[in-house]
Structures are given as structure tokens and as C-alpha cells.
Design a protein around this ligand. Structure first.
Ligand code: FPP
Length: 260
């Protein structure tokens, strides 16, 4: 574990804590309602081991499952993964093909558990541009879990935030022109209704792995007041324990939303 994380694990008094003790601490303080994660570093993780990039994605998938379980067990309300951006189509064909198969695989292996956990799966992004088998799996996920009332699990697939915002603006203009809404009604709250995250709270905490310190066209409107948490850990190495540390760090920060 890298030094800064170790310091966090050890806590302020420098004492070693077990995962269970850490869990007790974070459960005693209000949790973030919505955690969004930019899962980065799969390719580098594989390269460091002399493996194909797809091996990094396979290991990354295991971490996705681990973090879903952790978030659900904690009682977090919304968990969002940035799984495939509109820019990711530029990757080598075989890698794109592999990534597009992941939701199909995930449906087969995890639907039963997600149903048992009462998880509602939703997609953010243009599904229709994905291969038809992927699209089918994504639709099936949403259909089968739509009545579930537990954790809301979003996968941003073929997602780009600027596109999302432009689409919302066009839609608002159309509705103003049709007379469905008045120009004076256009405010932040209304804008939220036109975004893909309609009805969801904005992310309280955004995590990005692999040492990259940027937001890469992810939820640009929604993360105006989010706490950002970066770690050098590559996504395939991101354990539930590190997730708890990120939450503990979030809980230590004081959020003022621009006030004093
Ligand atoms: C970023 O690492 C990771 C991705 C582009 C893919 C992430 C997807 C998953 C973990 C699975 C999603 C699951 C479902 C069910 C949709 P990178 O390849 O950019 O790594 P690098 O920066 O080291 O090259």
C-alpha cells in the first residue's frame, strides 16, 4: 500500500486499524449518498505484469463487483461507474470488443446477486451506439431490476458530459419554443431534470484511481460541489478497504457549498 494510504489506514494516532474497525468509524458518521468512480489504470496494471490490456479489464471487473458489494452493504444510495466514455471508441478494435462484452458477461454472472441485493441498475449514455448484444444486455439489466428499491447502480457507457449538457440545452430550447416551458423557468433545478441523472442526487464524492488528476468529461454539471478524491492505486488494485478510506476522508472534510 502506498505511503499516503498507509498513513490514512493507521489513523491520526498512528495505531494500526483493522478493516472492521475502519468500517465501524465510517458507519458512525453520515455517509456520502452518491459516490461516483472513474475506474482508471486497468491497462497499466496489465502492462506491468506483461499481460494483455484485457487482463486488466478482467481484474477491474472483479473490483467493480467488490465495490458494489461494499457500497450496498454500507447502505450508500447511489453508486456510479464511468465505464466507457464516448472517446473510448478510439481504442484498438479488440479491446473495444472486449469491453463491450463485459456487460453481457456481468449480466450472466451477477444479475441473481444484484436482484437479491435489491439493486437497481441504470445506464447513463447512448446505448443505441453499442453492439446489439451489448445493448440487449444493458436493456435487460434495466428492465429486470427496475422495480428494485435498494442501491441505484449507474454504469456510464458511451457517456460524455458535454454531449449530455448539449442535449439538455437543445431539449430545453425545443420545449421553450413549443411553449411547454417559459424561458423564466430555466434554472439549475430545471436543467437537472433534462440530464441523464434526472432524479438522482449529485455525487457527494468522486473517486479517480491511477494517479490521473482530471475529470475527463464526466458529470461536469453534477460534480460542481462534489468532493474529489484521487489515488495512485490502479483500479484493479482498488480494494473495498481503500474505498472505506476514501469515504473516511470525505467524512473528515467540511462541505460548505460556497458558504462560510
Ligand atoms: C480504464 O482503464 C478502464 C476502462 C476504460 C474500462 C473500465 C470498465 C470496467 C472496469 C468494467 C465495467 C463494467 C460493466 C459491467 C460495464 P484504462 O484502460 O484506461 O487504463 P490505462 O489508463 O492504464 O490504460
Amino acid at each position: 500500500m502506498i505511503k499516503s494510504l498507509k498513513r490514512l489506514v493507521n489513523g491520526e494516532k498512528g495505531s494500526e486499524r483493522t478493516k472492521e474497525e475502519l468500517l465501524e468509524v465510517i458507519k458512525s458518521v453520515p455517509l456520502p449518498e452518491h459516490v461516483a468512480i472513474i475506474t482508471d489504470g486497468n491497462g497499466r496494471w496489465a502492462k506491468m505484469r506483461g499481460l494483455p490490456r484485457t487482463a486488466g479489464h478482467a481484474q477491474g471487473m472483479k473490483r467493480v463487483r467488490e465495490i458494489i458489494r461494499a457500497a450496498d452493504s454500507l447502505g450508500i444510495k447511489v453508486l456510479t461507474f464511468y465505464s466507457f466514455s464516448t472517446e473510448n471508441w478510439k481504442r484498438p478494435k479488440d479491446e473495444v470488443e472486449y469491453l463491450m462484452k463485459l456487460p453481457i458477461e456481468f449480466l450472466k454472472t451477477d444479475l441473481q446477486e444484484l436482484m437479491k441485493r435489491n439493486v437497481k441498475v441504470q445506464m447513463l449514455g447512448e446505448k443505441s451506439k453499442t453492439p446489439s448484444a451489448t445493448q440487449q444486455a444493458l436493456i435487460e439489466f434495466e428492465e429486470k431490476t427496475k422495480e428494485n428499491t435498494g442501491l441505484i447502480l449507474n454504469f456510464a457507457i458511451n457517456y460524455g458530459s458535454r454531449d449530455e449538457i448539449l442535449h439538455a440545452i437543445r431539449q430545453i430550447i425545443e420545449d421553450v419554443q413549443n411553449g411547454d416551458i417559459d424561458k423564466e423557468q430555466v434554472n439549475e433545478q430545471l436543467m437537472g431534470q433534462y440530464l441523464l441523472t434526472k432524479g438522482l442526487p449529485d455525487p457527494d464524492l468522486v473517486i479517480r484511481t491511477s494517479g490521473e488528476i482530471r475529470v475527463s468529461n464526466f458529470l461536469l454539471w453534477q460534480l460542481a460541489y462534489s468532493e474529489l478524491w484521487f489515488t495512485d492505486v490502479l483500479w484493479p488494485d482498488f480494494t473495498d478497504e481503500i474505498f472505506y478510506l476514501a469515504i473516511e476522508d470525505f467524512q473528515r472534510r467540511s462541505r460548505r457549498f460556497g458558504a462560510v
